[in-house]
Design a binder for this molecule. Structure first.
Ligand SMILES: [Ca+2]
Ligand SMILES: [Ca+2]
Ligand SMILES: [Ca+2]
Ligand SMILES: [Ca+2]
Length: 411
């Protein structure tokens, strides 16, 4: 500005002075942030990646600002350059820990006193397939009865994956079968349910071991495997079967009490009580009741033991049914015929029949004439029953003789 001074003289004289006024800025405006700050980054973005450059203006003269993050920076995941306002990643991010940060940034000018303002910068963390599916258990064991109709669900396996979207979508499959015939089990790809595909026979295969895989839908996918043991439970579907279709033996009639007559074995390939065989006479049959007088059965072994001697002159043979049954619930059984032939022992004396003979011989009879015939019988058989006759010396009368056919002759 120019100031002019004029006097009152004539002519007027004047002088001018140029005044320069310097207006000093007073810090009377807060800084203001320009723009909107929200961004998505992948959780595997590397440390020191630049996320935002914050733009600030200030009506005051100063152009220097001080930046700091005042809140929202969990785990010190981000850092800000205090001089430029650039925000960087400062430590490894993990969406599975936190997937959204709302960083409150404070911007201060350099005035005295300083003015400041805050802005919220939002960082969304995008998922990366960095979590492997994890089974809830370290191994799985199931059991199922044999011969259930297929498909029957055996059990379920379950895995988790903390990723998001397809990265956590799980698909189950049977990777391989370590034990047992292939192709007997299937798995529901999405539910993890294992089910039977075929009829299972415990007597053929009682244990299976599968190697089951779970894979996520990420790209590339991640997977885990686990062992699944399946035990087939027995049902009583096997009947005890005798080793032979029938049994026979021969014992002498004087065979002593307590001796073993024969062994009848039956096999049952079931498990436990279902395969435990018990032997007994068939008491529902009359022959069984009859045999019980003479024959005892060892219920656990099938050994037949003589309870008392069998008189051949009463019974030449015994035929009776023998039962083998298992201890299942309900039990199953089979039957076999046993024949015991009784061998003769010379235990019977020949007996005259009749025991008293009265006859007359004529004195005119010539020598060797038959006077009478005596008859003896013997209950035994074979050689034991072949009878020869003779007159014992005590009763011998030189007048008579008896031939081998029991005929008395006069000498
Ligand atoms: Ca992830
Ligand atoms: Ca995953
Ligand atoms: Ca059985
Ligand atoms: Ca069975």
């Amino acid at each position: 500005m120019i100031v002019t001074a004029t006097d009152r003289g004539n002519p007027e004289l004047s002088g001018t002075l140029t005044i320069s006024i310097h207006v000093t800025d007073v810090n009377d405006n807060p800084p203001s942030v320009i723009g909107f700050y929200e961004k998505s980054i992948k959780e595997d973005a590397s440390i020191d990646t630049l996320i935002f450059s914050i733009k600030v203006e200030d009506l005051d003269e100063n152009s220097q600002f001080n930046y700091s993050i005042s809140s929202g920076n969990f785990g010190s995941s981000f850092k800000v350059d205090a001089g430029t306002g650039d925000i960087y990643i400062s430590s490894n991010l993990d969406r599975e820990q936190l997937e959204r940060y709302e960083l409150v940034l404070r911007v201060s000018d350099m005035g005295e006193p300083p003015y400041s303002t805050t802005v919220t910068a939002t960082v969304n963390i995008d998922d990366v397939n960095d979590v492997r599916p994890n089974f809830k258990k370290t191994s799985y064991a199931f059991s199922i009865k044999e011969h259930v109709p297929s498909p029957t669900i055996v059990g379920s396996i379950e895995a988790t994956d903390d990723d998001k979207g397809m990265n956590s979508k799980l698909f189950y499959s049977i990777a391989t079968q370590w034990k047992g015939v292939d192709g007997n089990f299937g798995i529901n790809e999405t539910s993890g349910e294992i089910y039977t595909l075929k009829d299972l026979d415990r007597e053929i295969e009682s244990e299976y071991q599968l190697w089951v895989r779970v894979q996520d839908g990420g790209s590339p996918p991640l997977s885990s495997e686990i062992t699944v043991n399946i035990t087939i439970q027995d049902i009583n579907d096997q009947t005890p079967l005798f080793e032979h279709q029938e049994y026979s033996t021969a014992i002498p009639e004087n065979y002593t009490k307590g001796s073993k007559v024969l062994s009848a074995r039956a096999l049952d390939s079931d498990e436990g009580l279902n395969g435990e065989v018990i032997y007994e006479l068939d008491y529902t049959a009359p022959q069984g009741i009859m045999a019980d007088q003479f024959i005892g059965v060892r219920s656990d072994s099938g050994d037949l033991i003589l309870k008392r001697p069998i008189d051949r002159e009463t019974y030449q043979e015994l035929t009776f049914p023998l039962v083998a049954r298992d201890n299942g619930e309900p039990p199953t059984s089979s039957m076999v015929n046993v024949t015991i032939y009784i061998l003769d022992v010379n235990d019977n004396r020949p007996e005259f029949l009749p025991q008293f003979y009265n006859t007359e011989a004529s004195i005119t009879d010539y020598c060797d004439a038959t006077i009478t015939k005596v008859t003896a019988i013997d209950q035994d058989v074979g050689d034991n029953a072949i009878i020869s006759y003779r007159i014992t010396p005590v009763e011998a009368d030189p007048t008579f003789q008896v031939d081998n056919f029991g005929k008395y002759h006069k000498n």
